[in-house]
Write a protein that binds this ligand. Structure first.
Ligand code: FEO
Length: 171
C-alpha cells in the first residue's frame, strides 16, 4: 500500500515518461522529414522505450493497489534547427528526467517507502545509460559538423539500433 503522496508522484512520473515518448516520436518524424532514416530509427526506439518506462511505473502502481491518473500529455516541438540541436534537447530533457527520478527516490527515503525505493533503483541505472548515449551522439555530431558523408555514416550506425521490449508485467 502506497502513501497518497507517493501514488501522486508516481502518476506524475507516468506523465513525464509519456511526454518523453511523445517528444522522441516527434523527433523521429523530424529526422524522417530530413532524410535521416537511421536517426529516425534511433528515436523511434527511444519512443518505444519511454512507453515501456511509463508502463513499468503503471504496473508497479497496479501491483500496489494504487489508483492510476492519466494526465494530459503536453504537445512536443515538431521541428529542430539541426540534428545536433535535437540531441542537445534530448540530453537536456533526460537530465530533467534524472532529476525527477532523484526527487522520487528522496521522497521514498523521506517516508521510508522501501518497496518504492527498491523499485526506483532500475530507473537510476537507466538514466545513467540514457545520458551517456545522448552525450556520445552529441560528440559524434560535433565531429561531423558540416560534413555530409560523416553525417550519413552516423545515420547508418544509428539505423542498427534494435528495440528490446522491457518485460514490464508485474514489475
Ligand atoms: Fe524514461 Fe528517457 O527516461
Amino acid at each position: 500500500m502506497l502513501e497518497k503522496k507517493m501514488e501522486e508522484a508516481l502518476n506524475k512520473q507516468i506523465n513525464e515518461e509519456m511526454f518523453s515518448a511523445y517528444l522522441y516520436l516527434s523527433m523521429s518524424a523530424y529526422f524522417d522529414s530530413i532524410g535521416l532514416k537511421g536517426f529516425a530509427n534511433w528515436m523511434m526506439i527511444q519512443y518505444k522505450e519511454e512507453t515501456d518506462h511509463a508502463m513499468k511505473i503503471y504496473n508497479y502502481l497496479i501491483s500496489q493497489g494504487a489508483d492510476i491518473y492519466l494526465y494530459s500529455i503536453k504537445e512536443p516541438a515538431h521541428q529542430w534547427e539541426s540534428p545536433l540541436k535535437a540531441f542537445e534537447e534530448t540530453l537536456k530533457h533526460e537530465q530533467h528526467i534524472t532529476q525527477c527520478i532523484n526527487d522520487l527516490v528522496d521522497l521514498a527515503e523521506d517516508i521510508k517507502d522501501r518497496a518504492t525505493y527498491n523499485f526506483l533503483q532500475w530507473f537510476i541505472d537507466e538514466q545513467v545509460e540514457e545520458e551517456e548515449n545522448d552525450r556520445e551522439i552529441i560528440e559524434k555530431l560535433k565531429l561531423v559538423e558540416n560534413n555530409k558523408s560523416g553525417l550519413f555514416m552516423l545515420d547508418k550506425d544509428l539505423s542498427l539500433r534494435k528495440y528490446s521490449p522491457l518485460i514490464t508485467e508485474g514489475n
